[in-house]
Design a protein around this ligand. Structure first.
Ligand code: URA
Length: 437
């Protein structure tokens, strides 16, 4: 079939066959489709949508457009599990969840991304640790997966290459916000990890990738459905992003918060609670636990034994970081030179956080990128972020700014203050809105 015939069918609102979709995606991957054809495909799909069958075909073709990980020669004793998030602010779940699942007997080939827009990125956080290499050799990745049980790394060029090209075209043709294209893009990459089960953490709320809650629910349901039909059992958890998950947002600051949790120094936090909920789903899906209670019991035992922190340390060491991260404060950059409170104008209770604004404040401080390729200052960001329902006053700030200079702190203080609304309501939103499997 000519590519233009496929385009004409999609333009005219017809459902494409799996073969036609696969042919088009392979043409994207091997560069035989021109940029204008890819743009036309993206726009026709954006305007006319896709059926569930077409979305499954697009996802499978994206997954198969490059190499799919193969673990047969590793002879792994446990299931291969992973979690993926649609992106949040103050959301370093992966850093704790990966080693936690590994401590319970899973193998976690966690291929992660960088910050996008107002959201933070797992790789940017890990690169706050001196020496951490997110692009290790294949043999290093495989050794860690087998011996430590977890390797959190970046995407290599041969994983779902069609998505890379299609995403770049979508970005400049106003076609990012298309449900089938988003689903195939996210899952095409994740399913190339060849998992036994996946947990998708779909963020819902004002800081989520999709601002509209109904669209987010549809995204979660479609992801779970498409992934399952593509052969990977998947649980989608709709978790709250109407406030930052962690008490901090910013690369090294979030790593410190994660280390405190893994060391057992911080037992009561939303970050720990959500991470545990996601881990329970993963252990059940991977048949490492027989019930929710069994999963929770295993998770508590592994955390209390220090195994989670130790596995994180071993993964960091295996990827070029220090061998003694848990004891070595110098592996993370020194705190930012300016750390100052952002106080509310009058005492009150936090009723709302504008999470997107807080994420953009971290980017503006230098903790994220305004343009691809920008350098990141791992020291900067926010901590002591007041949660919804929390009382603030002259002594309890809305947040603390960590800035590279006094000028940056002064410039961003008003922006951070305006991101909080004080009021009488202040009822904390649920941490998990819904679980779909
Ligand atoms: N994340 C992705 O990887 N792809 C999309 O299309 C949107 C978010």
């Amino acid at each position: 079939m000519l590519l233009q015939d496929i385009l004409a069918a999609k333009r005219d609102g017809q459902a494409l066959s799996s073969e036609a979709i696969r042919q088009f995606v392979m043409a994207i991957a091997d560069d035989s489709a021109g940029q204008e054809q890819i743009g036309a495909f993206a726009m026709a799909t954006y305007l006319n949508g896709m059926t569930l069958d077409e979305t499954v075909a697009l996802t499978e073709a994206t997954r198969d457009s490059g190499s799919v990980l193969d673990y047969r020669q590793l002879d792994l004793p446990g299931p291969i599990l992973d979690k993926h998030s649609t992106g949040g602010v103050g959301d370093p779940v992966s850093l704790i969840l990966g080693p936690w699942l590994a401590a319970c007997g899973a193998h976690v080939p966690m291929i992660s991304g960088r910050g996008l827009g107002h959201t933070g990125g797992t790789l940017d956080k890990l690169e706050a640790i001196a020496g951490y290499d997110v692009t290790p050799r294949r043999t290093t990745f495989e050794r860690l997966l087998k011996d430590v049980g977890v390797a959190i790394v970046g995407q290599s060029g041969d994983l779902a290459p069609a998505d890379k090209r299609l995403y770049a075209v979508r970005d400049v043709t106003a076609t990012v916000a298309s449900l089938p294209l988003i689903v195939a893009s996210i899952l095409g990459k994740k399913l190339a990890e060849n998992l036994d089960a996946l947990v998708m953490d779909v963020k819902i709320g004002n800081g989520a990738f999709m601002a509209n809650d109904d669209e987010t629910r549809t995204l979660a349901a479609t992801i779970a459905d498409v992934a399952r039909r593509a052969g990977t059992p998947t649980t989608a958890v709709l978790s709250d992003m109407n406030q930052t998950l962690a008490e901090s947002a910013g690369n090294a600051i979030e790593v410190r918060e994660c280390l405190a949790i893994m060391r057992g120094e911080q037992r009561d936090s939303r970050l720990l609670t959500l991470t545990r909920r996601l881990a329970v789903e993963a252990l059940l899906a991977g048949r490492l636990a027989t019930s929710k209670e069994d999963a929770e019991r295993q998770l508590e035992a592994r955390l209390a034994s220090g195994d989670v922190a130790e596995r994180f340390e071993r993964m960091v060491a295996g990827l070029g970081g220090p061998t003694d991260l848990l004891e070595n404060a110098g592996a993370l950059p020194a705190p930012a030179p300016v750390i100052q409170d952002v106080l509310a104008e009058h005492p009150g209770r936090v009723a709302r956080q504008d999470v997107k604004a807080l994420g953009m404040a971290v980017v503006e401080l230098g903790g994220g990128r305004r343009r691809a390729g920008d350098a990141i200052d791992h020291r900067v960001g926010l901590d002591a972020i007041a949660a919804i329902g929390q009382t603030v006053d002259r002594h309890t700030p809305l947040a603390r700014i960590h800035a590279a200079s006094q000028a940056d702190a002064d410039r961003l203080a008003a922006r951070v203050r305006e991101a909080f609304t004080l009021g009488d309501e202040g009822t904390p939103p649920p941490l998990v809105h819904e679980t779909l499997c």
